[in-house]
Design a protein. Structure first.
Length: 331
């Protein structure tokens, strides 16, 4: 290379370096100033749902820690895709988050051929906030006493049974779809916008059963209106130890956990993601937070963003064949 070409190239590289340093400085300044306005957490389900409960509990604590209001916004619809997809398309400026669940973050990538967002590319993991088993329940006057009774009734009258869920692609649907596959039974799926609405459908007799989070089921069990048949996890839940597991009911290989994770747009800076992760992990360990979550039959989980990313990949690997085996597809 001669000196005539070397000098302009050196000048260009110097200019690029100056611009890069300036941009890095501007980014660092913006991050150090964060947060300087309200933070928004979108819940892609209705008020009173499990994600709504945990979002509002964390939001109250976060607001005090960060010195800015944390606004919880419910954007229900399309099995959680509406709110989750909106956050996936939002600016990665550190002010927008979503508390979403199994379906919109993992399962729907298999269920929806035309899903308009990619949670693995357009959303960034922050923290796995909490989890809970689903509880399968029927009306107390149904005559069904156990999960084995429910399976026997579905076999005897295959055209009679409908079940409610919290939406297409939700664990409350797929857990029952897996139950149907494992027991060779049939029931029609009726999706609702939230677990309280799904339980209301059972209470009103619009559907015969539902497998949804305990927070929506157990108050009605205690009042005598519903009967809890089984929890969906491998072990009994400490907040409702009287409810047996599916395995104890004679149905092995039917285990699942309803989980809730905080995600943010993929462009959100590392420093902000790490700060949010640290703050929420601290919040999840607070005794009053644990007590409040337990009162809703939820348990805090926590961990790093990397832990959540690995967990989501495991869920995708494990549940993809389950979803494909059910034959469920959503246009």
């Amino acid at each position: 290379m001669n000196t005539l070409t070397r000098k302009p190239l050196a000048t260009l590289l110097k200019a690029v370096a100056i611009v890069s340093v300036a941009l890095a400085g501007a980014t660092a300044t913006a991050q150090s100033d964060w947060p300087n306005k309200p933070i928004r957490i979108v819940v892609p389900y209705g008020a009173g749902s499990s994600p709504d409960v945990i979002a509002r509990l964390m939001g109250d604590k976060l607001g005090a820690k960060l010195g800015q209001p944390v606004i919880v916004e419910n954007r229900a619809g399309a099995g959680g895709n509406t709110g989750t997809g909106a956050v996936a398309k939002a600016a990665g400026d550190g002010y927008t988050y979503v508390i979403s669940t199994n379906g919109p973050l993992v399962y729907n990538t298999v269920l929806y051929p035309n899903l308009n967002y990619d949670p693995f590319k357009e959303l960034r993991p922050v923290v796995l906030a909490g989890g809970q088993p689903n509880v399968c329940a029927v009306r107390a006057d149904s005559g069904i006493q156990s999960i084995k009774d429910l399976v026997a009734a579905m076999k005897k009258e295959p055209g009679k049974f409908n079940f409610a869920s919290t939406g297409v692609g939700s664990l409350s649907q797929l857990g029952v779809e897996l139950l149907k596959v494992k027991t060779d039974t049939f029931a029609v799926h009726i999706p609702y916008a939230s677990s309280p609405l799904a339980v209301l459908a059972v209470l009103q007799g619009d559907v015969q059963f539902a497998c949804v989070p305990g927070v929506a089921v157990m108050p009605h069990v205690k009042s005598g209106k519903l009967r809890a048949l089984a929890v969906s996890t491998a072990k009994r839940n400490s907040m409702m130890p009287e409810v047996p597991t599916m395995k104890e009911g004679g149905l092995p290989e039917i285990e699942n956990l309803a989980w809730m994770a905080l995600m943010t747009p993929s462009g959100t800076p590392d420093a902000i993601v790490q700060r949010m992760n640290q703050e929420i992990n601290t919040i999840l360990q607070m005794p009053d937070v644990k007590e409040k979550l337990n009162s809703y039959f939820m348990e805090p989980i926590g961990g790093s963003p990397q832990d959540l990313a690995a967990f989501m990949q495991t869920e995708l690997r494990v549940m993809t064949p389950v979803i494909k085996r059910t034959g469920v597809k959503v246009d």
